[in-house]
Design a protein around this ligand. Sequence first.
Ligand code: RNT
Ligand code: ZN
Length: 416
Amino acid sequence: MTQYELAKQIYAQYGIDTEAVLDQLANVPISIHCWQGDDVGGFERPDAQLAGGGIQAVGNYPGKAKSIAQLRQDLEKVLTLVPGKHRLNLHASYGEFGDAFVDRDQIEESHYQGWIDWGRKVGLALDFNGTFFSHPLADDGYTLASKDERIRRFWIEHAKRCRRIASYIGEQQGSPCILDTWIPDGAKNLTVDKFGYRAILKESLDEIFETEYPADFMRDALETKLFGIGSESFVVGSHEFYMNYAARNNKMLCIDMGHFHTEEDISDKLSAILLFDDELLLHVSRPMHWDSDHVVLFNDKIRMVAEELVRSGKLDSVHIGLDFFDASINRIGAWVTGVRSMRKALLFALLEPIETLIEYEESGNGYATMALLEQQSLLPFGFVWDEFCNRHHVPMEHDLIDLISEYEETVLKERS
Ligand code: RNT
Ligand code: ZN
């Protein structure tokens, strides 16, 4: 008997059909963020700038992708090491602009055609993000909420173009492109006219959303945040702001796991949101002390988020995107670890005997609920994971270090 067959029998004793779980797991898309490969630099100019707007990739590990061709090469490597269905989450600053500089208020569909075509080739549908940071017109700390009309118009134009491009992408690929809007707007120091800034943001959004695009092509998400470096005292697009805006305007929220007090339980927010909203975008991240965007690991916090998605029955309503960028370690290894960890968490959650747990809970047997969850954590989950990797022709955990090292030796080292 193989290890998997043994595990299958054990899970069956708990009423879990591992075959059904493996099928279901394979079809949950995880949107891989392009920006882990080059420290959020983008390709607008030959020398990518450091990320601005309160986000920071720390470290200078060798081998960073310095061109779109290198980034695609790295992503293709990643795809050989992660099992299941994936998408690619692209930032506007990763367009193919050729030799000319194309500013953010000038971007066109054509700048992303290469990504659409490449995505089709490697089996990735695209999601999209406006880039409202790392730009001189974002240096004052305000973009869509700016009191400077010239600055505000510039970013409104960017946002409008991003929506049009997202719709084009979705139409081309036959799958809705999720467009996330995150702006860095806020202030380091005391801000008196908070109401004023938020009113401006609301007005900007109203204008941006005037054009309707088919939901089959694109969908808008708005990313909430508590604070950033340089916006410790005030963030215009706070949770309350976007929750209200999204609810009243039929938009999706984007919940980033790094955008809360670190002690907050992100998983607990999901049922409260999904009861009222049809859809949700997640930015799965691992904050350490602050919105540090560390590589996602298969830890309690990720498990709890995945469990909540499965337990609520809302897995299909949630778009899972990743958001981390660590420049201090092998970037391909970082990507692979993060993507696989998210998938593992989903598998772990899908293997839960939910009905029995709910029965215990409803009958008031709190001890039994707890004890069954304890048993669950000791079941041979790893054998089911290995089987999943095998079936999807990707390496098992113990092969990864060698494969990543080999890529580092043969490809990444040549780049410096
Ligand atoms: C920043 C947001 C945002 C970015 C990416 C690069 O705090 O989390 O999602 O990380 O757009
Ligand atoms: Zn995010």
